[in-house]
Structures are given as C-alpha cells and as structure tokens.
Design a binder for this molecule. Structure first.
Ligand code: ZN
Length: 429
C-alpha cells in the first residue's frame, strides 16, 4: 500500500459504517510496517477523539418545544423591522456556530454528556469576533447576502452548570445568565427578557467542539440532503457541512436566504488536530447570483479573563418587557390570518389600543414608535396570505396609506401558536 493512498483513505479507519473491512485490514497492516503512517494514524485518532461525540444524543423535549416557540421577526418591506420581536437563544447559537437549531427537527447534544466537568473540559471562557452579513439591529439569526458585513462579538463563560454569554451586534445585544436570556436595542433603550435558556445546549457548543459535532452529525442525520465531510492533514481537522435550505417554499420564496437555515449553505469548521479547539468557521450561502460568504469568524480567544457577572449584565437604563408574563388576550382568536390582518390594520386608523395592544403584544417596549408610524393610516388592499420557509405562521400582504400620505406595502407576519390561539404580529411592520 502506498503511503499516499493510506493518507487519503485514513477516514476508513474511523468510519465504521462507510468503510469496508478488507480495506481496513489492509490499512491496519500498513501501519504495522510503516512508522510514518502509524504516527499519522495516531494523530488522526487523537483528532477524531477531540471532535467526535462519545455518545448518541437527543435533544431534551424542552428544547424542541422552546425552539418551536421561537419568536422571529420578518424583515422585508418592514418600516419597523429593526424593532421587531425577539428570537430564542438557540438562534444565537445557530448563527455563531451555524448549527441550524431554528429548524425544529434538529436534535442536539445535551444530557448524555453527564458531568459538567466533561461538558466544559476544553475551556473556561471563549471570546469570538465574527462578521455577519446582516442588519445590526435585526434579530439574531437574520442574514442578508446582499448586506455589508457587521462586526459581532461573542463572549462566553463556562461555569459549573451553566454558560453565561453575551452576543453583541452593535445595534442589538443578547445576554444569558445561563437561565434567562435577555436582548435589547441599545439605541432604543428597550428590550425583552424572560426567554428560558437550556444550559445544556446554548453556548456550550461554542466552547466544546465535540458538542458542535454532535449537533452537526445529528443535523446531517435528520435532514434530507445534508452532506457531512471531514478531512485531516495532521494539523487541522476540517469539517464541511453542505445543507439545503430548510422549510417549505412551495407557496413563496419570501423567506429564502433570510437565515442560514433557510439558505442552501455550506459551513466549514477548522479544528486544531491536537486540542480539538475550533480555529475558524466560515458559512456561505448559494444565491441566484452565486456563492456568498455570510459569516466568518475573525478570531477566537480561549481562556481570556472574563467576569461572568459583567458578561451577563444588562444596562440599568434599558426598559424590559418580560415574555413570561405576556397577556395575549383573545380578540383575534378563532379567525383566519387574513381576517386578523384586516382587523389589525383597520384598527390603525383610529388606533384601537385594546385590539392593538393584543395584536402587537411583542412590540410593547416600542409601541409608541409603532403608533407614530402607523397611527391614522388607512388600509387600501389585502393580498392572499402565504407561508414561507420555517416561519410557523402566515404572511399577509397589505397596502396602506400612511397618515402622512405615503403608500406602504408590507407582508404582515402573523402567528397564532400561543396559549391563547390568538393572532399576533411578530414581523413585517
Ligand atoms: Zn506509509
């Protein structure tokens, strides 16, 4: 056997499902007679150990539920898009490590990792600078391949039983104390809190490549058309994941390329072969006009001195709405999305606060701004509602004449997957 062949096929030694026994036997025989390839094999084994999950993992039920409840904001045609609602903490991770957790079937690693010590064996803290094509104030998972890169920073501190982290996009900041996630818009001095975090998932993956790989492997196993590939040159382990856009676009491609999960994307991670630490990550999406990088990690620092209290601190002058104690009301229950859209938009004209406080419950902190923009406006046309991508509700096209005389066209994002079954707006305005 030639050494070159051995190196090219080294993964046959580790992939039980893909490799055939005869090839493996030949390769094992080669390691017995070639010291250099034996060494290469040992190095690779160490690298595999560093980035390979030790056990099968499934997401706790609570994670799936939490992800399904994820509030997201649509963006297009939105005058107030930057003031939209909020996303779950999982979406933050989805951006940073590109594990598309916002797709509900995803099962990620969790409880089987046992002790916290094992969970956080690699690092106590991690600081990451990355660039994302997005809008600084938009929700955390939002991408726009045609936008400029925005600098983002992630800091995470791994404690005994929780990860405390902060993700800062400049125009929008999210922090987790390991239990509750809070995010706000610094310029508005308004924000939202009360998102429950699952400490076993969230930012843990950032600090532990093994967790990341569990999630990516699970993702490849549970999503059609996902290809998962690893190479190792002895120094660097490179993992490439090619994934098709998740979600349903049969009615409309409105949501296509608005998040990594909702794009045909390629995620490339490089790990140090010895330590298993993440060295770099790049995500690109395939659009009609070609392949575009939408995320790139600029630097990763491990074990910098970071204070958990400071990392999770929310400035004292931010007015927060608590998502755990929202009053959904029921004025918009038991009707179709289109009927709800008509009621809501017609309520703009004389500003029916009773109805709009329910319909815009997520916009509580920025209600004055919404009223300023839409108060006194008159609806002139409604289009056919449609679904797109992974959004759990419907989009209703609306045209209205603003109080100032301008014409505004938007796709109201409406969902009724709340305990009250009532339609609420979580994007599009
Ligand atoms: Zn050899």
């Amino acid at each position: 056997m030639k050494c070159e062949f051995f190196r090219e096929n080294i993964w046959a030694m580790f992939d039980d499902e893909a490799s055939d026994a005869a090839l493996r036997a030949e390769m094992e025989a080669h390691t017995a007679e070639c010291a250099e390839c034996a060494r290469f094999h040992r190095q690779t084994a160490a690298a595999v150990e560093a980035v390979t999950p030790r056990c099968e993992a499934t997401a706790p039920e609570s994670l799936t539920r939490r992800i399904e409840k994820t509030v997201r904001v649509s963006h297009k045609g939105a005058l107030l898009r930057s003031l939209g609602a909020v996303v779950s903490v999982a979406a933050v991770v989805a951006i940073v490590v590109n594990v598309a957790l916002s797709a509900s079937p995803v099962r990620a690693a969790g409880k089987c990792f046992g002790t916290a010590a094992e969970l956080f064996e690699n690092s106590k803290t991690i600081s990451m600078l990355l660039e994302l094509r997005t809008e600084p104030t938009e929700n955390m998972e939002y991408i726009d391949p045609s936008a400029d890169f925005v600098e983002c920073r992630l800091d995470a501190v791994c404690g005994a039983d929780a990860v405390v982290w902060r993700f800062d996009k400049g125009g929008r900041v999210a922090v987790s104390d390991g239990r509750i996630m809070t995010q706000w818009l610094p310029e508005q001095k308004r924000g939202w809190t009360g998102f429950l975090c699952d400490a076993s998932i969230d930012a843990v993956m950032l600090a532990n490549p093994r967790m990341l790989m569990v999630a990516e492997r699970e993702y490849a196993a549970t999503h059609k058309g996902v290809r998962y590939d690893m190479t190792n040159d002895g120094t660097t382990v490179r993992v490439t994941v090619d994934a098709p856009a998740q979600g349903d676009y049969s009615q409309s491609d409105y949501m296509l390329n608005t998040s990594i999960a909702e794009s045909d994307n390629r995620r490339v991670y490089c790990f140090d072969a010895q330590s298993g630490r993440l060295l770099s990550a790049v995500v690109s999406v395939r659009t009609a006009s070609g392949e575009v990088e939408v995320l790139r990690v600029k630097s990763i620092a491990y074990d910098e001195p970071l204070d958990a209290v400071e990392v999770a601190a929310v400035p004292g002058d931010i007015e927060l709405q608590n998502m755990l104690t929202l009053d959904y009301g029921s004025r918009l229950a038991g009707i179709t999305a289109r009927q709800a859209a008509e009621k809501i938009v017609r309520a703009f004209e004389k500003w029916d606060a009773a109805l709009l406080d329910e319909a815009l419950v997520y916009y509580g902190p920025v209600m004055a701004k919404v009223r300023e923009m839409y108060g006194g406006s008159v609806a002139v046309a409604f289009g056919e509602p449609f679904r797109s991508g992974e959004y759990p509700g419907e989009f209703v096209p609306v045209r209205l004449v603003l109080a100032g005389g301008g014409i505004c066209e938007m796709n109201l994002a409406l969902r009724n997957d709340n305990p009250a079954g009532t339609w609420i707006i979580d994007g599009g305005i």
